[in-house]
Design a protein around this ligand. Sequence first.
Ligand SMILES: *[C@@H]1O[C@H](CO)[C@@H](O)[C@H](O)[C@H]1NC(C)=O
Ligand SMILES: *[C@@H]1O[C@H](CO)[C@@H](O)[C@H](O)[C@H]1NC(C)=O
Ligand SMILES: *[C@@H]1O[C@H](CO)[C@@H](O)[C@H](O)[C@H]1NC(C)=O
Ligand SMILES: *[C@@H]1O[C@H](CO)[C@@H](O)[C@H](O)[C@H]1NC(C)=O
Ligand SMILES: *[C@@H]1O[C@H](CO)[C@@H](O)[C@H](O)[C@H]1NC(C)=O
Ligand SMILES: *[C@@H]1O[C@H](CO)[C@@H](O)[C@H](O)[C@H]1NC(C)=O
Ligand SMILES: *[C@@H]1O[C@H](CO)[C@@H](O)[C@H](O)[C@H]1NC(C)=O
Ligand SMILES: *[C@@H]1O[C@H](CO)[C@@H](O)[C@H](O)[C@H]1NC(C)=O
Length: 645
Amino acid sequence: MAHAFLALSLAVTVNAIVSISGQTLIVNGVDYYAAPESVSIISATADMLSSAATIGVDLIPLTVMEDTTSSFTTSVFRSIVGNYTSSDDVFNAGFLQAIYLKHTGSSPATVQYPLGAALTEYGTKLFMPSRAYTSSVEAQGHNFTGWRTELPPGPYFMSASTGDIYQAYRLYSDVQGAFTEGLKPNTDGTFSILSAAIPGAQSLTIGVPSRLYYTKTAAQPLAGVRLGVKDIYDIAGIKTSCGNRAYYDLYPPRNVTAVAVQTLIDAGAVIIGKMKTSQFANGETATADWVDYHSPFNIRGDGYQDPSSSSSGPGAGIGSYDWLDIGLGSDTGGSIRGPSEVNGCFGNRPSHGLVSLDGVMPLSPNLDTAGFLTRDPFLWHEAAKALYGSNIASNFTSFPTKILTSGFPTSASNEANTILLDFVSQLQTFLNASTTALDVESLWSTNGPAAAGGDSIDDYLGIVYPVLIAQQQYSLFTLPFYADYAAAHDGKRPFVDPAPLIRWAYGQNNVSADATTQALQNKTVFMDWWSTEVITPSVESCSDSILLYVGSDATPNYRNLYRNSPVPPTGFSISRVSNFAEVPDMVFPIGQAAYNSTITLQEEYLPVTVDVVAARGCDGMIFGLAEALTNAGILKVPGTGSLMY
Ligand SMILES: *[C@@H]1O[C@H](CO)[C@@H](O)[C@H](O)[C@H]1NC(C)=O
Ligand SMILES: *[C@@H]1O[C@H](CO)[C@@H](O)[C@H](O)[C@H]1NC(C)=O
Ligand SMILES: *[C@@H]1O[C@H](CO)[C@@H](O)[C@H](O)[C@H]1NC(C)=O
Ligand SMILES: *[C@@H]1O[C@H](CO)[C@@H](O)[C@H](O)[C@H]1NC(C)=O
Ligand SMILES: *[C@@H]1O[C@H](CO)[C@@H](O)[C@H](O)[C@H]1NC(C)=O
Ligand SMILES: *[C@@H]1O[C@H](CO)[C@@H](O)[C@H](O)[C@H]1NC(C)=O
Ligand SMILES: *[C@@H]1O[C@H](CO)[C@@H](O)[C@H](O)[C@H]1NC(C)=O
Ligand SMILES: *[C@@H]1O[C@H](CO)[C@@H](O)[C@H](O)[C@H]1NC(C)=O
């Protein structure tokens, strides 16, 4: 019997199909992942083999160094090392174990080989000059036959036995719980889940490739930009969760990447992971609403504030991680704006309809939009140009000179109010503008559209949002999901969090079956009124005015509180204007204000932000304004961590 067993297990072993999904390594105490795909090959030398034997692994850390000078000297070498260290978080001096020099400058006058002290200092064992110097190197016992000009500079791993070169990813822990999966690209345009985990943080591991591999070009303005994608966008090779475990389990990996995501990839963006969403992109408050997945942690202040929803993963990640550049979120009723406001970053709900949402989970197609969350206003605009193309206007020659404010404080009664009033005052000076307070409810009641028949704005618009999301998501998404799940699970219904369930029930039970038709009519009446009576197009400034409202004013919203059950999001407020009028609504972080934390028992700081609204299609003007205000020092680029500045 023992014999039979042995034979069986041998047969299994012989037939096993083995593939390597990358390797993890530690270089100078930092965790790395060597991607499994060889990007180039350099012939192995006796030195490489002996070096590998010395360090005991086949993969040797290697730096491809690009020299553009005419004389590669010790000081040039030190300068390049300094530049790589300051511009890239993936490179570290441990990668100077071996150097592959790529000379792209004019013919060098001199090469000081082997750079003596500078190399000894870094413990560099191998120095591989370009073909131009092959003979002098050969004279010293080296032989390099595979000169690879296509290899971009940066840190790599090289197999000493085969000469294969692998990209190096630095590994980070998602300690704030902002991601659902770390991703890496395959060579065929699909993605894989990163097969690496670093010890000690009880968190997902995310890998980022070296920034030195990428050069921005006109065709690839986002080259090397690290992008996190809300997990309602499909990515080929990867399952989509939409924030629901049953949904993730039910469907296979997607075959096609969502159009919006593919557009960003084509522009050079590097997708490093999928990021958390509240369930089916509905509004959920930390913590109890988040049953299937734990709500991400907002790092600002005491670290126990609600991160808002539904693009909370991108919001929390952008507030926390300097190794993440930008997040792709979606905003149906505030899902980009809310997280941007409380996690302290820039974020845009664009004009409706700027980009295809094929391959994205629907909430309400009449309201759904794709936009960004980021700390960097210049990258924000660059990414928007890549995503929206000619659909965002740069058809303005000056900024608007009329500022409308809604819900602003009237006196500098506390720190946040002081920041808000200072901002309006600086903006007014910068634009040479007039400022008028707008009370949209009373403007509607005195000057509203005839079609509204004298109804208050709350009566007319108060259920438009919950009707559209509940009825449209239910028919477009929930019903097919329930049917597919039942077919696969003996007729069972999948688990769904309380918030989406209550909303869908509202759409089915509390309003009529034709409420969506009525809601769209009401929405259209409002949109026409708003764009003719409140913010109108302008030839010079695209939008005749901009509207500012308070995004966040450092009021705490703790995640460790027990709350009431979720309810349908009824009622009108100023943040609904952009949803219904289809206009851009963009969050600018303008400061931080203190509060006394019940967690730390100390003063902590939370973000103060404003929302900026303009006429439809004038997104480009608001991006331009954010850049101009940053250049003028009126806006400051927020950092990561508890404090924004
Ligand atoms: C290092 O960066 C500085 C600043 O960008 C640049 O002036 C210098 O030429 C760089 N050094 C090398 C050797 O490329
Ligand atoms: C270098 O490689 C070439 C081509 O394989 C070979 O002809 C030559 O002898 C080698 N030189 C040394 C020094 O190993
Ligand atoms: C992906 O393509 C395969 C092969 O064509 C197909 O069997 C599978 O159902 C597709 N998956 C999805 C999610 O469309
Ligand atoms: C500001 O606007 C006023 C009135 O429109 C105009 O007279 C003045 O020249 C403007 N100032 C600047 C600096 O543009
Ligand atoms: C929806 O209907 C239920 C049952 O009639 C009622 O209890 C609930 O208050 C209603 N919800 C809303 C938001 O109208
Ligand atoms: C649309 O407006 C009418 C008139 O005020 C109101 O009775 C109705 O509830 C609104 N319907 C929806 C779905 O918003
Ligand atoms: C925090 O509490 C201290 C002591 O009561 C008080 O002096 C301080 O003004 C408070 N800070 C804020 C921002 O409320
Ligand atoms: C500017 O361009 C946008 C997008 O093409 C368009 O929606 C808007 O109407 C234009 N505005 C003006 C004033 O021409």
